[in-house]
Ligand binder design. Structure first.
Ligand SMILES: O=C1C[C@@](O)(C(=O)O)C[C@@H](O)[C@@H]1O
Length: 254
């Protein structure tokens, strides 16, 4: 099994999401994706019907970890305001659940939105440090692609909070938006000293999922069993493309 952490290695890691509504569905998805050997697995727990039952969430998280061995895991509860599923938990409940995950599972990464109150982010960071978890500070815009300076601020914010990884996922309305996101990726890579992940979503943005690594994005999301966002492609296709790009870059000497 691969256990490379985000930001290590020469080519971007491939992460697949789990989006089942029930424990059985999540477990079935897990067996399906494990065969495809992703580098990282994300549980999008906002899709999980029993998310308000924290004991059940912890039980399944521990089951998943045991079944998947060394693969690094990301625990994500995407908020409604950033494109997540409607859930009954409020921001404070979500923070409590994330703390619970830090304290009671061996999961490596917690995704936490940079739009959360600063006090919540600092609280989670303190717990994460104590429990040796890493935080991915994230920002999502499913409507459009904000201007470069706004996106660059998101990366700077993640660094200010002393988080471990910074991630930006935005929706392009034009191909120019995709180019803008790639340009921001390159600028952010040069600006910040933590691993970054960038995604231009949807039909136009598909190409960013394949070539984002060239510009500095450390991870790309793909479909192992089910998709969690528009524009994700099948893991086998993404792996083929990333392998070809790595080979081509490695082979060229001018
Ligand atoms: O933030 C992201 C990126 C993503 O939205 C994508 O576009 O691939 C998929 C989400 O599951 C993940 O949490």
């Amino acid at each position: 099994m691969n256990n490379t952490m985000i930001g290590q290695g020469t080519k971007p890691l491939i992460c697949v999401p789990l989006v089942g509504r029930t424990g059985d569905a999540v477990m079935a998805e897990l067996s399906e994706v494990l065969v495809k050997k992703p580098d990282v697995i994300e549980w999008r727990a906002d899709f999980f019907g029993d998310i308000s039952q924290s004991d059940e969430v912890i039980r399944i998280a521990n089951w998943i970890k045991k079944a998947a061995g060394d693969i690094p895991f990301i625990f994500t509860v995407r908020s409604r305001r950033e494109g997540g599923q409607p859930i009954t938990l409020n921001d404070h409940d979500i923070l409590e659940l994330l703390i619970n995950i830090c304290q009671n599972t061996g999961w490596e990464y917690i995704d936490y939105e940079l739009s959360n109150p600063p006090a919540y982010i600092e609280c989670l960071r303190t717990v994460a440090l104590k429990t040796k978890k890493k935080i991915i500070g994230s920002f999502h815009d499913f409507e459009g692609t904000p201007a470069a300076d706004i996106l660059l601020q998101k990366f700077a914010q993640a660094v200010q909070y002393q988080l471990d990884v910074a991630k930006v996922a935005v929706m392009p309305r034009t191909l120019e938006d995709v180019l803008a996101l790639l340009q921001v990726t390159l600028a952010a890579k040069r600006l910040v000293n933590i691993p970054i992940i960038t995604i231009s979503m949807g039909r136009y943005g598909v190409i960013s999922r394949m070539i984002g690594g060239v510009f500095g994005s450390a991870l790309s999301f793909a479909i192992g069993a089910n998709s969690s966002a528009p524009g994700q492609i099948q893991i086998d296709d993404l792996r083929t493309v990333l392998t070809v790009i790595e080979k081509a870059i490695g082979a060229s000497n001018n």
